[in-house]
Design a protein around this ligand. Structure first.
Ligand code: NAI
Ligand code: MG
Length: 354
């Protein structure tokens, strides 16, 4: 198989972990006889520095004409005081919109060996295996107007959703549940928000199209609590953009570290983008100690969802598990008797397992 993959390293540890994914994909291409062509493009802070634009047109064009995109992370203190059109996050939101990446899939599955790395009790998290399906191109992060008023003394952000936007993410969630334990939890705030009321109505309407899937509705505040008190009660969670953003960082606690959580962002039938759930981690950037596993598992999701290379995806996931079982860990994963390794060493261990 011959595929063109765009790499968007971005900023901070994004640039460090993207090489890890490339090394692992190169190992996969040799083992399974594929050809992957990689093209690097700028996004985020580095793109502001190089092009005065967090999302240059060349980057959009390269992504659109590729078979899949891998992204590290964007942002950092250097650009924190920039005006909003020159913020790294604009690049990220912009590429999601440009590729119409409406569905963000975040599988959260604890590795047995890392049960101790979570601050939560082992008996609570043991066996947790869930998928958060987050709407990614609507809601509060995109709604207009979003501005300061009265000389900056009042503000407005806007939460909008159309029926079509909700229907397609709800369908994606039902379809995902069908491939798993067939339990769908829709998370909203329907006791307060109009957008959530329409969301809930649509989930109810769609039920008859997927009679094999069990559905329940949970308010987001209760869901936040249940996620860390009864995580094994969830299979697939579907929710709007901001709720999904917050719940997925929370869910990373189940896996021991934000550095373990991959994600896939999918379009209806276009290019997919794959990125770790974490950010650019300025506190550890440049030290070479970031955990590359979230990025590497994101590359596995790319093989699975964009290229239908299930065996190759499983090979990566199994290699990660074997390395963890040998007691290796990066600094973010606490361990009493483990062997501490840095980004490059962890990557090399995984490549060698392949
Ligand atoms: P963050 O996810 O970058 O870091 C949160 C904490 O987790 C930090 O202590 C960090 O060291 C640790 N961490 C994250 N990933 C890690 C990894 N792979 N290995 C080891 N430790 C890891 O979130 P934070 O600090 O809130 O944001 C930092 C910057 O990243 C900001 O500029 C923010 O806007 C940006 N950001 C970008 C995202 C993206 O590009 N998708 C997502 C979230 C934040
Ligand atoms: Mg986030």
């Amino acid at each position: 198989m011959n595929k063109k993959i765009v790499l968007l390293p971005g900023d901070g540890i994004g640039a460090e972990v993207i090489h890890a994914a490339k090394d692992v994909l190169t190992a996969i291409s040799k083992k399974f006889n594929h050809e992957f062509d990689f093209q690097y493009c700028d996004i985020g802070g580095i793109a502001i520095d190089n092009h005065q634009n967090p999302l240059p047109d060349e980057t959009i064009e390269a992504c659109k004409s590729s078979d899949a995109v891998l992204l590290g992370a964007v942002g950092g203190p250097k650009w924190d005081n920039n005006p909003s059109h020159l913020r790294p996050e604009r690049g990220l939101l912009g590429i999601r919109k440009a590729l119409d990446l409406y569905a963000n899939l975040r599988p959260v599955k604890g590795f047995e060996k890392l049960l101790h790395a979570s601050p939560l009790r082992q008996d609570i998290i043991q066996g947790s295996d869930l998928l958060i399906v987050r709407e990614l191109t609507g809601g509060l992060y995109f709604g207009q107007p979003s501005e300061r008023r009265d000389n900056g003394n009042s503000v407005v952000d806007t939460l909008t959703y159309s029926r079509k936007e909700i229907e397609r993410i709800v369908d994606k969630a039902f379809q995902s549940a069908r491939l798993r334990k067939k339990q769908l939890t829709s998370v909203d705030k329907a006791n307060v928000l109009e957008s959530s009321k329409l969301w809930r109505e649509i989930v109810e309407e769609k039920k008859s199209d997927y009679p094999d899937v069990t559905v329940n509705h949970v308010l987001v505040d209760a869901a936040a609590m249940k996620l860390i008190t009864e995580p094994t009660s969830f299979d697939v969670i579907v929710t709007e953009n901001m709720f999904g953003d917050i719940l997925s960082d929370e869910a990373s606690v189940l896996t021991g570290s934000l550095g373990m959580l991959p994600s896939a962002s999918l379009a209806e039938d276009g290019v997919g983008l794959y990125e770790p759930a974490h950010g650019s981690a300025p506190d550890i950037a440049g030290k070479g100690i970031a955990n590359p596993i979230a990025m590497i598992l994101s590359a596995a999701l790319m093989l699975r969802y964009s290229f239908q290379l299930e065996e190759e995806a499983v090979a990566i996931e199994a290699a990660v598990e074997r390395v963890l079982n040998q007691n290796y860990h990066t600094a973010d994963l606490k361990s009493e008797d483990g062997k501490l390794v840095n980004t490059n060493e962890m990557t090399e261990l995984i490549v060698n397992e392949l």
